[in-house]
Design a protein around this ligand. Sequence first.
Ligand code: GLN
Length: 538
Amino acid sequence: MSTTKYIFVTGGVSSSLGKGIIAASLAKLLQARGYRVTIQKLDPYINVDPGTLNPYEHGECYVTDDGAETDLDLGHYERFLNVKTSQANNVTTGRIYQSVIEKERRGEFLGKTVQVIPHITNEIKERIQLLGKTGDYDIIITEIGGTVGDIESLPYIESVRQLKWEMGDDNALVIHLTLVPYLSAAGELKTKPTQHSVKTLMESGIRADILVCRTEHELSSDLRKKLALFCNVNREAVIQSIDASTIYDVPNMMLEEGLDTVTLDKLKLTDAKAPNLDRWNQFLERHKNPKSQVQIGLIGKYVELQDSYKSILESFIHAGAENEVKVIVKSIHSEYIDENNIAEKLAGLDGILVAPGFGERGIEGKVAAVRYARENNLPFFGICLGMQMAVIEYSRNVLGIKDANSLEMDANTSNPVINLMEAQKNITDKGGTMRLGSWRCDLLDGSKVREIYGTKSIDERHRHRYEYNDVYRDQLESSGMKATGINPETGLVEIIEIPTHPWFVGVQYHPEYKSTVANPHPLFIGFVKAASRYASEK
Ligand code: GLN
């Protein structure tokens, strides 16, 4: 195939309809038919990236191998496709303007007035086509964040209009995702919001080629006909996306609706293979037919918003399926636990995961949870801040260093067992300045992680400023907390374990970013297995 084909996904009527899942599902189907596919997301907000956003605002910040702090939809793309994303896969308005303004300062537009059209739109168009130029992909799906009609998404919509005109209908198509609400008082599904949304898109010069309609009830054939007629699309291009019990069902639902065949047809792609979803369906089969169950406590401070720990929750789904176990994740707010109520809060659990995070709030609850898990042989998994809390807890309660702390929580502690990294000391900017992205880590022979990964050396993704303080390493190791993963370049301790405990592992990196349906993460698999063992021995 010579020309890269472009698919644009826009959203109408309401936000949170799941554009990311539809984009990822279509990508999965096209991949299953033999095409090389990637997905990118354009976000209309002005932050340069979501790294500076509170998880309550925007859910989890997902991190790529090359250290981009991105929208959580990129996590779905990787989990569905098992293909890595990068800086180029997520662009925000902030980044677009930053780049245009830098060019203006360098004098690249000398003599010209710099304007939204053409300068901002040209920059957007360039970014959209960046991945296409690598030659690595046959099809690129671009998700436009926001809802059509929003003031801030206008330059993106205009860029899509221009690209579609330039590329032609055989090389670019627009999928519009809308909502068909059910009015219970009338007992009817309503098409009007969709009609209006398609019209709004049309006012910007874009005709939707395919409509994907989110709905709680089946769309009748008459209703589909009506939508096709009033929205100017072919009858078979009206695709129903009914609520699913799991996002992992959506690719098969889209296959049944023919979203892949309409897409291939419109893009004149005639060399598609029959879709091979064997691995995917194997996973679904296991996910839906667990033989037993475990209860895992997720100890964090952003637990009110499920999206804050998206990748962790999805990793449990992958690892659960692998173990044929249903993993029930119970969210526990770290701010409301302490030494007095900990036994009650963690009662009935088969393992705890102490979550990543920033700042002081809820810290002591996390330390109490670690202590309980350590003393009661309850499987413990600490990620990033969770690992740091394990080091603090051990220093305080086993080494007897009562004021052991992280410099992040107490800048004046005389025992900073978690220290600010050397490279971070002179950094004042907050955005994009943490230790980010993929780093190598060597695993100690004979350790639990060495056995779990089955390899000597790993690469995992990071997002933090603080680190294990090597000054305390001898003391920690000789009293039983081993450093079992070391960065070969810097000597930084990336993994700690307590070998006398059935399963006590803390990692400075984020394994959850690399778990996919095709490749569930070994640490999550190992942790769920340990929790199952704990459950069966109770
Ligand atoms: N706040 C801690 C640090 O910066 C941990 C970060 C995290 O959990 N991602 O080191």
